[in-house]
Ligand binder design. Sequence first.
Ligand code: ATP
Ligand code: MG
Length: 573
Amino acid sequence: MTQIEKAQGTDFIRTIISADIQTNKNNGRVATRFPPEPNGYLHIGHAKSICLNFGIAADFQGTCNLRFDDTNPSKEEMEYVESIQEDVRWLGFNWQDRLYYASNYFEKLYDFAIQLIQKGKAYVCSLGPDEIRAYRGTLTEPGKNSPFRDRTIEENLDLFQRMRAGEFPEGAHVLRAKIDMASPNLTLRDPALYRIRHMHHHRTGDKWCIYPMYDFAHCLSDSIEGITHSICTLEFENNRPLYDWILDQLEVPCHPQQIEFARLNLTHTVLSKRKLIQLVEQGRVSGWSDPRMPTLSGLRRRGYSPEAIRNFCERIGVAKRDSVVDMALLEHCLREDLNRTAPRVMAVLKPLKVVIENYPENQVELFDFPNHPEDPSQGTRPVPFSRELYIEQEDFMENPPKKFFRLGPGREVRLRYAYFITCREVIKDPESGTIIELRCTYDPATRGGDPPDGRKVKATLHWVSAAHAIQAEVRLYDHLLTVETEKVQEETDQDMNHTETADFTTKLNPHSLETLSSCRVEPYLAQVRPGERFQFERLGYFCADSQDFTPARPVFNRTVTLRDTWAKMQTKG
Ligand code: ATP
Ligand code: MG
């Protein structure tokens, strides 16, 4: 099977493209683009679109452009332009020399607007924004023609040129397409194509004071770049007739086909830039790269691998109907990858001191631990063992209930890869009564963790040597939202009419971050690089924080726990 044949049945978009190749549409060429607006950082929803567009280009030996849709001067910044490129590269995709900006086409777009006016297909309307809205009508009532709809071509050309020259204040005029005020599709009721904005643009500076609207700029940018398949999310379905109308009126290099797919929604988080900006601006998170954010930079800092995200995007597939994907699936894909790749190490989050009374005072043994039990190629590392150790507070109970199999008074357990120990005495703080130390003994015959007599213990605990362990900060992350979905309001109108939804910040999880500052980790973990990922045995996957980690003050993020709720749901269901 060729790669194209394989791709053909993957999803409905690839099926369409395969058919186009067979009929030699576009001379068999496939060109897609990923067109982010640089008004925020990319999130996991964008990853779906990136994987789709770049993936299709790869499957069909085509090309995929990265195009900044930077037509809105009020919200765009260089910081976003840079972070978007970094994130696409990190995900594993390469636009080669095809980095474009819609703002590079401003002159061409202006010429297209002039052409439309000359054909009598666009006019300058001088109604105010409120009047334009009132004239537009509703879903059940047709709109009314603007009193300026029948301006002569000459008058329109003159006004539009003077709009560009900066003669008018914002809101005085807009350029509108002359289509049909009675169309059942509201987007066709003489939509605005250009508006006045006396604003600085991050790339064109003060050269322009009129800016094209999304619907006008997008289809023409696609056409200028020779895009064959313009893939976007479902909320643009109603805009497709306008996309086609504009291209049909003009002498354009090509007419791309717009295809819509369902955007990704995920449980327990928000995937709207507007809401993510709100979290950043209100200081509810530490920034766009806060490990709780569903942004690609947040997921990266949290410890996600690009492989895990790409696998996730492949598994969720591409459909025509909106749905909400369970966060547990994303985490499942992450565990699959980390289980294979992450070295195992030992760390104790809430330390409880253990003194092994029969172990010689100044003795230190270096055990050689496998870095990955199933992958010997990952090698081994030395781990020191001595008389004083730390184990997890949770692994000891003074009065253990029936189902607690770990350490208790008089009980024997295995210390991972080391020895069996038995608890002999519990030392408490005389004032508070809290347990501060366990006195234990070890059985030298169990060295390596297996006794020659074959006797069994019910638990294996992780541990670190007290004298050698390094103090570390560990940040435990949990879902951003306490609820599965915060009902997302579709934002079909990109520029106005943002209907206010109930404030989603009331659903933020107050326990989404727990910081533990007196953890103890094995000495090896002081030498790792920021961003490196590990499995802390029995605790989960963690990574060295890419911003705050230093050998003197190691900081680790919990990437994900070991408990796979997705796998569980699959076996139950
Ligand atoms: P948001 O709704 O988060 O503000 P947006 O659609 O305004 O996002 P753009 O920068 O315009 O963000 O998006 C770039 C591309 O990514 C578009 O083609 C858009 O359709 C796609 N995209 C955005 N969000 C998602 C998502 N949740 N799932 C899939 N694709 C998405
Ligand atoms: Mg958008």
